[in-house]
Design a protein around this ligand. Structure first.
Ligand SMILES: *Cc1c(COP(=O)(O)O)cnc(C)c1O
Length: 357
């Protein structure tokens, strides 16, 4: 971008362009198909709270009530939580807190773009450990990169976006032990995995930070609520550069209400998503030429012989999916798993296309 005052580290950045989406079925951002305000119990509590909300007061800067509610769900103490404006904010805070110009940040590839972008702003140097064939991550190579480089921050997306691959807790623990510096485990999609969170490991490891969000399983992407979990002194460090009032009152209220009704919300939202993921995986893999990679998440990465043709056919079927420019993701699309109806429409498009080839 052309602006003579730009800081050096962002001179190559391009202005963010909001993609123009004409399609009506939008499954490109791993959003939930369910609106939390459609739960009568949630709606009633939230509206009752809104009526009592004083608009002229600043929100609680440390969201004490919300942290208490989140800590019960996360299985930790309130002081081990930092509630943030989406998971994006905690990623940003972690790098802001620890990265000096030139410090190394290790992650695997492909993964969530935000890690690399936030590190670049600070002048951090990214190290990527490439996946093996089939988007399986290479645990021994990754551990070796930790040991050899001792990067200032190591970030593991688990389950990984966009591949859906998950590492078991035992493997994550090995990485945390091998690292002398910070290890971040981004569990944005954990509720869809058949695996427990690594949060209990914070008792044993002072260098571990876990990221969670209410954007995916709780369907609260629009409200912007995520949180980091770590030892209390680590939470204090992460709060050093936080905006004073990072979380508005309405979001804090919604978070408390969502936690109060979490069993009902998750019980409704998660099982059908997992069921439809398995349904899609099985039916897509039955098509010759199509590979649906095993996913522990609410999306599936799919490889076809002709990616652009598939995207075109999906557009014509009024469906918007995510595709990529990176060479390793050539001919791959990522589809968010939503309802059975959408799954069947997807399968119709895939079947028609594969027959034509
Ligand atoms: C969606 C997502 C997040 C968090 O998103 P927010 O909406 O900012 O909470 C974090 N990490 C990954 C890998 C994600 O896909």
């Amino acid at each position: 971008m052309e602006n003579k005052w730009l800081r050096d580290t962002i001179r190559d950045f391009e202005p963010y362009k909001v993609p123009e989406i004409q399609e009506h079925t939008i499954i490109n951002a791993n959003e939930s198909p369910y609106n939390i305000l459609d739960f009568p119990s949630v709606k009633q509590d939230f509206y009752a709270g809104l009526e009592k909300l004083p608009s002229y007061r600043y929100p609680d800067p440390f969201a004490e009530d919300l942290r208490r509610a989140l800590s019960e769900y996360a299985g930790c103490r309130p002081e081990e939580i930092l509630a943030t404006n989406g998971g994006d904010e905690i990623i940003n805070l972690i790098l802001n807190t620890f990265i000096n110009l030139g410090d190394q940040v290790l992650t695997h590839s492909p993964t969530f773009d935000v890690y690399g972008i936030d590190a670049a702003v600070l002048g951090g140097r990214m190290l990527y450990c490439p996946d093996e064939d089939g988007f399986v991550r290479n645990a021994s190579a990754f551990k070796q990169m930790i040991v050899e480089n001792q990067p200032k921050v190591t970030i593991i997306c688990n389950p990984n976006n966009p591949t859906g691959h998950i590492w078991p807790t035992s493997v994550i623990e090995e990485f945390v032990r091998a690292a002398h510096n910070i290890v971040v485990v981004d569990e944005a999609y954990l509720e869809f995995a058949n695996q427990e969170s690594v949060i209990p490991l914070i008792e044993k490891y002072e260098n571990l930070i876990v990221i969670r969000t209410l954007s995916k399983a709780f369907g609260l992407a629009g409200f912007r609520l995520g949180y980091g979990v770590a030892r209390a002194d680590m939470i204090d460090a992460l709060s050093l550069t936080k905006l004073s009032y990072n979380l508005n009152s309405v979001t804090q209220l919604m978070g408390i209400v969502a936690m109060r009704h979490r069993d009902e919300v998750l019980g409704h939202n998660v099982p059908p998503t997992i069921e439809n993921r398995e349904y899609l995986e099985e039916n897509l893999n039955a098509l010759p030429g199509v590979t649906a990679y095993p996913s522990a998440s609410n999306f599936i990465l799919v490889r076809v012989p002709d990616g652009p043709a598939l995207i075109q056919a999906l557009k014509q079927a009024d469906i918007c999916v995510r595709f990529y420019g990176a060479p390793s993701l050539k001919n791959c699309i990522r589809i968010s798993v939503t309802t059975r109806d959408v799954a069947d429409r997807l399968l119709t498009v895939f079947r028609a296309l594969m027959k034509g080839e």
